[in-house]
Design a binder for this molecule. Structure first.
Ligand SMILES: O=P(O)(O)OC[C@H]1O[C@H](OP(=O)(O)OP(=O)(O)O)[C@H](O)[C@@H]1O
Ligand SMILES: NC(=O)CC[C@H](N)C(=O)O
Ligand code: SF4
Ligand SMILES: [Mg+2]
Length: 502
């Protein structure tokens, strides 16, 4: 007998809370004919999966002091209307779509943050979480700077208004200001900083959060790689390259860990790299590959879809199962499931139809509906699995709500056996770098011993990918270009990129 749902009241699933940043700059001549506000809006729509609480856009013509801002709660499409597109007209701009990690989900914390400095306005968009924010906040307040929110992103913004300790004999030196900020805050951020006519794109020295640059091409181009440089219409920079497709931009390169890149109407210029303390390895969030990112995004020269396929292959090698079919928990587990099936030589068969429109808003109206739990997001394709032994692949198990509900559903509708295989290791530790992982007690890996998990999930067996297997599967596809490679696995291993002494 499998156990009753322990978390029937809590229908949340998965890991939550990461943000998307997106910026665009038109190349000369200015005023541009490019529709910068629409490009940024579409870019943010492409990043909507990274944050759905609120969004904001700040644009400028590039003249001193002229920043135009529009912010709102909700989805990108609900916030930015036609009339905003007219108001936001400009030559460059940055945008943000938010899941809050520090500072509540309310109007005052919506990004980009805009502040006046002694040299004019800056606008800042941030994905990540400043791990030593409490200490930095204390330092800043003690120095007499007032803060109007609890947001760590406002904190960074205020740090940038300070001249660096080496002084500024020739006026504001933004590169030195950014470097000074990076030295006191080493984790975690992908940042876009807009000042006058440039955008600085910055990744923390560990490269924990992703950030890539693309080129805007003429709509008539036939093959991306054949567009000559002189035909490029502008540049974009964003959290994921999937946001480039929507606007006809081509991926150019990643911002490197610790790098500051200046993007202006005349091109892209690297302004240096802030090194990691003690020569440590980078710590790019491995969960971007496992679950967060869209499958069509490219990180570290490889497509997320392909990395997920390799996780599926590795899982098949580590944890094969005796069964009739292999299937997926849609949607992010699908590449792993397809490859698992291929590797073990079993047919890949779809067994669920997922209703993407059941969001949190519709959840919990009555006890009866609540008891249906996560399962009401999925419809069983019964003809495909009746009487069969199924290997069911998911990319991750967090609270176990999804898996328990789905295995029960499959058994109810005639599955003979269900063998659960997970294409990432058990999640056991909190994340301090911008991902809201449930409390230790909520994580199923801390609540139920592995040997009791099949019974708890109603399954016939349960196996996870190993940490070594995941790291191998992800790193195998990264081309050697002389750059150091390293990934954060802290929520799986407890091994944090920086010592937790704050
Ligand atoms: O153990 P739980 O807490 O239930 O969470 C785990 C599930 O949550 C995520 O899926 P999600 O439904 O968020 O979306 P997806 O379509 O991207 O897979 C993840 O892919 C797992 O399926
Ligand atoms: N998820 C994120 O990256 C959030 C960024 C920032 N910490 C905020 O709460 O606004
Ligand atoms: S702890 Fe986990 S979720 Fe957080 S950055 Fe590291 S790998 Fe990503
Ligand atoms: Mg899922």
């Amino acid at each position: 007998m499998c156990e009753p749902m322990l978390h029937g009241e809590n229908e949340e699933s998965g890991l939550r809370h990461y943000c998307g940043v997106f910026g665009a700059v038109a190349i000369e001549p200015w005023p541009t004919e490019l529709d910068i506000p629409r490009i940024i809006t579409l870019g943010l729509v492409g990043l909507q999966h990274r944050g759905q609480e609120s969004a904001g856009i700040v644009t400028t013509t590039g003249e001193e002091g002229q920043f135009i801002t529009k912010k709102g709660m909700g989805l990108v499409e609900q916030i930015f209307k036609n009339e905003d597109m007219i108001k936001l007209k400009g030559n460059l701009g940055i945008g943000h779509t938010r899941y809050s990690t520090m500072g509540g989900s309310e109007l005052i914390n919506i990004q980009p943050f805009v502040v006046n400095t002694a040299h004019g306005k800056i606008a800042v968009a941030h994905n990540g979480e400043i791990v030593n924010a409490p200490a930095l906040r204390h330092k800043l307040l003690k120095s007499g700077v007032g803060l109007s929110t609890d947001s760590d992103s406002e904190l960074i913004t205020q740090f940038l208004t300070h001249p660096p300790s080496c002084g500024e004999p020739n006026g504001a030196n933004w590169i030195n200001r950014i470097k000074s900020m990076m030295e006191v805050a080493t984790l975690s951020y992908a940042l876009l900083i807009m000042y006058k006519d440039v955008i600085y794109a910055v990744r923390d020295p560990f490269g924990n959060r992703p950030l890539s640059i693309g080129k805007i091409l003429p709509p008539s181009f036939k093959r991306m790689d054949l567009v000559p440089d002189e035909d490029i219409e502008g540049f974009v920079v964003g959290s994921e390259t999937c946001s480039f497709h929507t606007i006809g931009a081509k991926f150019y390169r990643d911002v490197l860990p610790g790098e500051i890149v200046e993007i202006s109407k005349s091109g892209i210029k690297s302004c240096g790299i802030v090194p990691r303390p003690n020569g440590q390895l980078p710590a790019f969030c491995i969960f971007e590959y496992v679950y967060f990112a869209r499958a069509d995004s490219v990180f570290e020269s490889q497509m997320v879809y392909t990395a997920r396929q390799r996780c599926g292959r590795q899982l098949a090698l580590e944890a094969p199962a005796d069964a009739d079919i292999v299937s997926t928990v849609p949607e992010s587990a699908t590449p792993s499931a397809v490859e698992y099936a291929k590797t073990v030589g079993l047919p890949y068969t779809e067994i669920f139809s997922k209703n993407r429109y059941i969001g949190r808003t519709f959840i919990q109206p009555t006890t009866r509906l609540r008891q249906l739990g996560v399962a009401k997001k999925f419809g069983p394709l019964t003809d495909n699995f009746d009487g069969k032994r199924i290997v069911l692949i998911d990319d991750s198990i967090v609270r176990g709500n999804t898996m328990q509900a789905l295995v029960k559903l499959l058994k109810k509708y005639g599955a003979k056996e269900v063998h659960v295989r997970v294409a990432s290791p058990p999640i056991k530790y909190p994340c301090y770098m911008g991902i809201n992982i449930p409390t230790k007690q909520e994580l199923i890996a801390n609540r139920i011993p592995l040997e009791d998990l099949p019974q708890h999930l109603c399954a016939d067996s349960v196996k996870y990918l190993s940490i070594e297997g995941l790291v191998k599967a992800v790193q195998e596809g990264i081309k050697d270009n002389g750059q150091a490679v390293g990934h954060c696995t802290a929520c799986l291993s407890g091994d944090y990129p920086v010592k937790l002494d704050w």
